[in-house]
Design a binder for this molecule. Structure first.
Ligand code: APR
Length: 240
């Protein structure tokens, strides 16, 4: 069914979450066992509060995430999405992920709702640097300001241009597919319902149940995203 919808849809949007990158070796946040937030408190580590009042733990947390990011790379699933985008099977990728793997895999016009861990920027003068400075223990700008990761922290709003782009493509979608998200975080989790309200089909591929399963036309649980995408890609090739 999903293969047929992908072929018929004139405008397909893919919304990815952290589950898209676990097969690359990056932990997600809310998986029952391995999720980062099952062991750590996001408010103590990834929030405006932590940036201001818990600076040492904030820095260690993001050093860990930036280090693991540099040790991992996109997997086959990211490559398949990039290929489908080039072939016009998928029009847009909207991601909650900050790992930059969709771009590294060759996807273009990726809408990064929560920013990117590939860069850090000065809180004072906004100068942008490569995030590997954190691995080399460099936390201050030449102007003296503190360098923070260019990601959306809990307590911050999303970049307006990313929101506008994401809302615009979701309204045009004839098919919206969620890959690897618990859909617990707003406003990203509003996109599927916005698309559905505009007549889009809505598919969820996620290992565990999500907040929006009841609204989806098709739900695929207990399957790895990489395996499902590879199978669909094979079916698309066969039907060429
Ligand atoms: N295949 C399919 N599903 C998977 C896989 C996989 N290989 N690996 C993990 N999953 C599923 C998990 O079952 C989980 O439900 O992906 C989902 C990931 O959900 P979260 O960890 O909540 O990640 P996400 O939805 O992206 O979180 C949204 O929360 O902490 C913030 O800013 C952070 O962008 C993040 C936001």
């Amino acid at each position: 069914m999903l293969t047929k919808w992908l072929k018929v849809s004139q405008y397909t949007v893919v919304l990815t979450g952290a589950g898209m990158s676990t097969e690359s070796g990056l932990p997600d946040f809310r998986s029952a066992k391995a999720g980062l937030w099952s062991k750590k408190n996001p408010q103590q580590l990834a929030s405006t509060f932590a940036l201001k009042h818990n600076r040492d733990d904030f820095i260690s947390f993001y050093q860990y995430r930036i280090r693991t990011l540099h040790e991992c790379k996109p997997h086959l699933g990211h490559m398949i999405l990039a290929k489908w985008q080039k072939r016009g099977i998928v029009q847009n990728i909207v991601t909650q992920n900050v790992d930059g793997f969709h771009k590294q895999a060759g996807s273009e016009n990726v809408i990064e709702l929560h920013g990117s861990l590939r860069t850090i920027h000065c809180q004072r003068c906004h100068q942008v640097y490569d995030s590997d400075l954190y691995i080399h223990e460099q936390f201050h700008c030449t102007c003296g300001g503190f360098l923070r990761p260019s990601v959306v922290l809990f307590g911050e709003s999303l970049p307006t241009d990313a929101i506008e782009q994401a809302w615009s493509v979701a309204q045009k979608a004839e098919l919206l597919i969620v890959l690897g998200s618990s859909l617990q975080v707003s406003p990203a989790n509003q996109l599927p319902l916005l698309a559905k309200r505009n007549g889009s089909k809505f598919v969820i591929i996620n290992m565990e149940p999500t907040e929006l399963d009841e609204w989806a036309d098709v739900v695929i649980h207990h399957r790895k995203i990489g395996d499902v995408l590879r199978e669909i890609d094979e079916q698309l090739k066969v039907e060429e």
